[in-house]
Unconditional design. Sequence first.
Length: 590
Amino acid sequence: MKRTIAIAALTLLCGLKMAGQTTGTLTVDGTQRNYIVYVPKNLGENRPLLISCHGMNQDAAYQKKMLDIESVCDTAKFVTVFPNGIDKSWDISGNRDINYVTALIDKMVTLYKIDRNRVYLSGFSMGGMFTYHAMNKIPDKIAAFAPISGYPMGGATANSNVRPLPIIHTHGTSDDVVAFSGVQGALNVWIKHNGCPTTPSVTQRYRNASHITRRVWGPGKEGVEVVLMEMAGKGHWISNDNGVKTGDEIWRFCSRYSLNKTSPNVYITSPTAGVTYTCLAPKGEATFPDITITANADDSNGTVEKVDFYYGTTLLATCTKKPYKTVLSGAQSGKHTLKAVATDNDGETSEASIDLTLSAPQSFSMATSAMNFMEAGCVPTGWTTYDSNEKRIGYSNGYTSGCRILQFTGSPRGLNYGLYVRNINGNEHQGWAKYGLAESGSTLTLFPGHYTLKYKACNWNRESFSPIELCVEKRSGSKAVASQTYTPTVNIGNVASNTFGQLSQQTFEFDITEKGDYAFAIYAAAEGWADFILGQFFLVANSYESTAINTVEAQPAEDSNTYDLQGRLINGKRLKQGIYLRGGRKVLVR
């Protein structure tokens, strides 16, 4: 009887094949360490393991409560272990806790027959810093990494001999303990190391959560991605609200990776994830351009037999050889998912998916769509800039000079944020910002009709002021169909903390005579270092009436509400013979 009781006690102590929550200990380098482990019922063998490390001055029990991942473990059948650090902290420069994690993996393999190829490491705050530390120390033991609200305060490093690493980093923008401003620098190190594209695909309102922006850099070498889950307004805590739980997202990302991956790699190369196609058209008549879908696929231990493309659940095409490509025609407005599924010669499959939005509004704000002009140091989604030296395509960020969003801090001030554009060499049309180029993640289709563009603009460092030219251009070929020149009356003075007054709203009315894909261009003056700051940029479709001449008039009296065909306002001038726009109608003046 005593022997039976002793065995039962040992079983409880070690957590031997116990379902649910239990505790355990092990000795590492002469020091007894302890942990909490959660094991789902009917786990089975060769299942994954997630290791989740607590923050400084916290413990395993608190981390388990905050991550709240048990329901995910139960559904997906994986083990999560919450280790305790010594003195409620982690060794983020040496090997003490690296040895602990290595021994912990060995123990979990022994107790639960864990698949060593599917071990994932995560941690909050100082635990996140330790997660970055482990990237260089044990990349051969961890398949994917998931830091939360933590990064190396002295700067991240990536050892050259480390394989490409999948990383998902979650962080609140209002974190007052580990500042959000340092996240991008840490990620950039690994984006470069992994060979990922430097411009991410961006999904705002991720999973319909208004505060979450998800940025994905990838795929890079071996198909890995670097992901940032940006939690607007969230502080130094694990975010589990608005229907999106951090633990769920960590598992959803990490579960795609294995140290001995045998299934094929597949990823969609175009269109960009989160791309928006906007069409201004009469109600019920919106149509969208054909969307070309391309994918890359390969298999490290065999060959790719086919790639299937899906529009939602509808099979669009099956490609059995490169290039893996198809075209989506006749898509309707709404949010849609495109999916590519690769099958290799062993019958194993992998899939990649992206979301895109087809929108048919009656008015459209190009300044407040996408990035809301509320993130300093970026070029927003939908925008492309050029300063005669460097072209920048949105969304991209991390800029401290050149064309980018600036944040203004003076009081009073006429803008909180604005898009800064410059013309370095002073040649004509060599400094500009354009909205609607396909490369930037947003396109714009316009039906024939009468439109009004409302905007606000000023100069950044032009005491004598320099004009800007606004053009409505065909997206292909950049042929201008309407233009307007405006000289700002406000100059900020080259310092973001300067005070400056309100910017008056400007109006640019124009006609579109044929349906097509268009871009809006704003050009700085043809002067060396000419510049502008763009604030509000709002497009309204006034009417979709016929673009034929509506009335014929003799010389009318002076009229301040008349525009020429280039969209220039005729202010207090008598009209010459010709065709003009008045109230959305074409008028022939004899």
